[in-house]
Design a protein around this ligand. Structure first.
Ligand code: NAD
Length: 453
């Protein structure tokens, strides 16, 4: 590992990765490698957790292709030196900001969207002119292997390399000195990464998780709200960092909501016999989820096929904030339904939990919408939808508080892997004596005047 980092640093110092043409060429190559190997990528992810070709395209590859196209199109302008105005105090001068790459970057991926969460940050790092060491999650082993193979066959390891492995290998990696660490995963491991990064004062982006609430208010378009909520919840069998974790439903529409939610799960065919649904990633997660179920509170679902790691989409009702299912991020196909009467009380309850990665509000009421948007701090979210904010590259994606530090996607991704160097360029034809010896009352008066301009 030391050798890889050392070689990458030498490559970075040669200035090659900083060249705009080089960045574009590598991104084009990455896109064509992914496109030409879609079949292998589909097979690998299917063998890991039975994710279909349709879902793999929609939730992984399409986002990566879009990211690459956007970066190729815009990185020239993102990387350009930007002129900013100069204050009178500094006259005569001009001021500008030079974006520069950080250097050797470590990217650590999570398992739930193994391609997207490993490759999207790599795209941003390359676009910003860095070298990349990618450590995908070891849990979906086939996807980890295929990424390692495709990247090592097509890229110079001094520029872009994959290190496979789990806790042990990541711990070793974290002992090296990087110029940036980008981590996606749990809050608990995020803390370990942050601590390791602190030793070298390495900047981090931490893309973490949390319990993301959804509000179904009494005056929403219930039909479309249920449709979008159920899709976002059970997509990838709930193993989505920005899935609505639990739903706060107004008491007056609770029964109607439950019935419609159940009908929608059936209609969407989130069932194991077809390709609309995926497995739970491994036994540990299956057992963890199983423990969150309370038989008497199951309104719909609850069917388990342990051997095939099939966990039926499950709706739990009469849930309270004291229940086990509300003590941790669910990260699986269980939807707890909590009812509320007063929106202020509901917001207060949500705010007692750590700041979530996402928040969703379904409403036609502007006042309620604004109340939720202003009173709850969350990473990013949507009004009258779930999950889809991830698909707009103009919206920086990331958490706040325990759900993360920093953000990426589009220009924000470029910025996450860049340093903005600020420069004041002075001219020499004029030098006011104000700041120089001797100090005087009249000079101070002038300074006080000038500072206001
Ligand atoms: P995780 O924290 O268990 O693992 C993430 C990465 O850390 C993996 O690559 C793993 O190999 C590595 N790792 C595990 N133990 C380690 C240790 N002790 N030291 C160093 N590295 C270690 O997370 P996960 O189970 O892969 O993913 C689930 C979590 O990630 C959920 O909380 C979810 O919300 C979050 N997540 C967040 C986002 C986001 O964009 N914010 C996206 C996906 C997942």
């Amino acid at each position: 590992m030391e050798k890889i980092v050392e070689n990458q640093r030498a490559f970075f110092n040669s200035g090659q990765s900083n060249l705009i043409d080089f960045r574009k060429k590598q991104l084009k190559k990455l896109k064509s490698v992914l496109q030409q190997n879609e079949d292998l990528l589909n097979k690998a992810i299917y063998s890991d957790f039975k994710k279909s070709e349709f879902d793999t395209y929609v939730t992984e590859l399409a986002l990566l292709y879009k990211d690459i196209d956007e970066a190729i199109k815009k990185l020239g302008s993102w990387a350009k030196r930007k002129k900013v105005s100069t204050n009178l105090f500094n006259f005569p001068a001009k001021s500008y900001i030079i974006p520069e790459p950080l250097g050797v970057c470590l990217i650590i991926g999570a398992w739930n969207y193994p391609y997207q969460l490993s490759i999207a940050p790599s795209i941003a790092a390359i676009a910003a002119g860095n070298t990349v060491i990618l450590k995908p999650s070891e849990i979906p082993s086939a996807t980890s292997k295929i990424m390692a193979m495709l990247i090592s066959e097509n890229f110079d390891p001094n520029f872009f390399a994959v290190v496979e492995g789990g806790k042990e290998e990541t711990t070793q990696l974290l002992k090296q000195k990087f110029d940036k660490i980008f981590f996606t995963g749990s809050t608990k491991i995020g803390q370990i990464v942050y601590e390791a990064a602190a030793k070298n004062l390495t900047p981090v982006t931490l893309e973490l998780g949390g319990k993301s609430p959804a509000f179904i208010t009494e005056n929403c378009n219930l039909e479309i709200s249920v449709k979008r909520l159920i899709w976002g919840k059970f997509l990838n069998a709930g193993q989505t960092c920005i899935a609505p974790d639990y739903v706060m439903v107004h008491k007056s529409i609770k029964e109607k909501f439950l019935q419609m939610a159940k009908d929608e799960v059936i209609k969407e065919r989130f069932a194991f016999e077809n390709d609309n649904y995926v497995q739970i990633i491994n036994e540990d997660n299956f057992e963890r989820l199983e423990k969150l179920l309370v038989k008497e509170k199951i309104y719909f679902g609850g069917g388990l096929d342990k051997e095939n790691r099939f966990f039926e989409p499950t709706i739990m009702r009469n849930v309270s904030f004291e229940d086990a299912v509300m003590q941790e991020e669910i990260f699986g196909p269980i939807l707890p339904v909590i009812t509320y009467e007063n929106i202020d009380d509901a917001i207060r309850q949500v705010n007692e939990l750590p700041k979530p990665l996402s928040c969703y509000v379904f409403t036609k009421d502007k006042e309620i919408k604004n109340k939720i948007l202003s009173k709850i701090s969350f990473g990013g979210g949507a009004v009258n939808d779930t999950v889809m904010h991830i698909a707009n590259p103009n919206l920086p994606f990331g958490g706040v508080g325990k759900s993360g530090i920093g953000n990426y996607h589009g220009k924000a991704g470029f910025s996450a892997f860049s340093h903005y160097k600020s420069v004041l360029q002075k001219y020499t034809w004029f030098e006011p004596s104000l700041k120089y010896f001797p100090r005087s009352a009249s000079k101070l008066k002038w300074i006080k005047r000038l500072i206001k301009l």
